[in-house]
Design a protein around this ligand. Structure first.
Ligand code: AMP
Length: 113
């Protein structure tokens, strides 16, 4: 199996602006930011999309959310941010390695597009 784009970033084969890393995940700046703060929170385990996750992934999924909250706190986002997971191409997913988008720094309208 060929590596996903994000695996190549995790393995330092492709450069990225890494702002956090631990044993379960990595957090990078999105290369094409849709808000003043646009981060991607990516598990090291390759789960192609959220709907492919299983009970075994509970710890990882919870960890990603907790990391999102901690990073938002550290960056002083004033508890104002949005997390997005695009699940499937029709929902806008383009990289099939699960990731959370963390967006902040501009008005975030509802409903999203
Ligand atoms: P999605 O469309 O939800 O799968 O999100 C994939 C995201 O990855 C998009 O927001 C892209 O801008 C971002 N992206 C693609 N290539 C890179 C890269 N080399 N470094 C950082 N972000 C990237």
């Amino acid at each position: 199996m060929s590596k996903t784009l994000f695996e190549k970033i995790i393995d330092r084969e492709i450069s990225a602006d890494i702002i956090f890393e631990d044993e379960l995940c990595i957090v990078i700046k999105d290369i094409s930011p849709q808000a003043p703060t646009h981060l991607l929170i990516i598990p090291k385990k390759v789960i192609p999309k959220l709907s492919d996750s299983t009970e075994d992934d509970k710890q990882i999924l919870g960890h990603l959310m907790l990391v999102a909250g901690k990073i938002a706190d550290q960056l002083g986002l004033d508890e104002t941010f949005r997390l997005v997971i695009n699940n499937g191409a029709k929902a806008g997913q383009s990289v099939f390695h699960l990731h959370l988008h963390l967006l902040s720094g501009r008005p975030l309208n509802w409903p999203p597009g």
